[in-house]
Design a protein around this ligand. Structure first.
Ligand SMILES: [Fe+2]
Length: 188
């Protein structure tokens, strides 16, 4: 499955712009991390793009139904495992094992905080966003309250890095891909 096929599949199962935007943001962070560590950017990006594929149509079978959908569409076991593992201890017992899976697990909820932060900035974009601002909003439990801080902390523990490093990389990724994300949203 290439990136274009993955995007088509995403659009087939997700009609809410909010969900597609979230998928594109996670894709961006995954690609950025892959580039930092010399991994396959397209493959990591696809895992990000498709991680919530089943959530809109099958919320009660999230991270379960997706296996069937991905299998039908010829996805590799590597991709399926990565997608399923992002719901570890929430809706599945598939544990993130590979570095890619840990990044996916860690950045998923964080994109919600970043998206909320973007929407309240006067510029309505991520350019020049300070890590310290994101840190402050992370600590403020009333801000983007639906985004689990515990999951992000667990992810950082899995990655054996500091929260700051994850925040910095996530901001850099979104700043870099922001225009691309907006362009992709025009294709839905
Ligand atoms: Fe997600």
């Amino acid at each position: 499955m290439n990136r274009e096929e993955a995007f088509k599949l995403l659009k087939k199962y997700n009609k809410e712009e909010y969900h597609i935007k979230h998928a594109l943001m996670v894709e961006s962070i995954m690609r950025y991390y892959a580039s930092l560590h010399g991994y396959d950017e397209e493959f990591w990006g696809i895992a990000g793009l498709l991680h919530d594929l089943d959530y809109e149509m099958y919320p009660d079978e999230h991270c379960i139904k997706v296996r069937e959908i991905l299998e039908e569409n010829g996805a590799s076991e590597e991709l399926i495992h990565a997608v399923c593992s992002h719901g570890y201890n929430i809706c599945t017992d598939v544990k993130p094992e590979h570095y890619m899976e840990k990044v996916l697990y860690a950045c998923d909820e964080l994109t919600g905080i970043i998206a909320s932060l973007i929407s309240m900035r006067p510029s309505h974009n991520a350019q020049g966003m300070e890590t310290s601002t994101l840190k402050k909003k992370f600590k403020d439990k009333t801000f983007a309250r639906g985004c689990s801080r515990d999951i992000i902390k667990n992810g950082v523990e899995m990655l054996e890095c500091e929260l700051t490093e994850l925040f910095e990389n996530a901001i850099k990724a979104i700043e870099k891909d922001e225009e691309f994300i907006l362009k992709e949203l025009q294709r839905i």
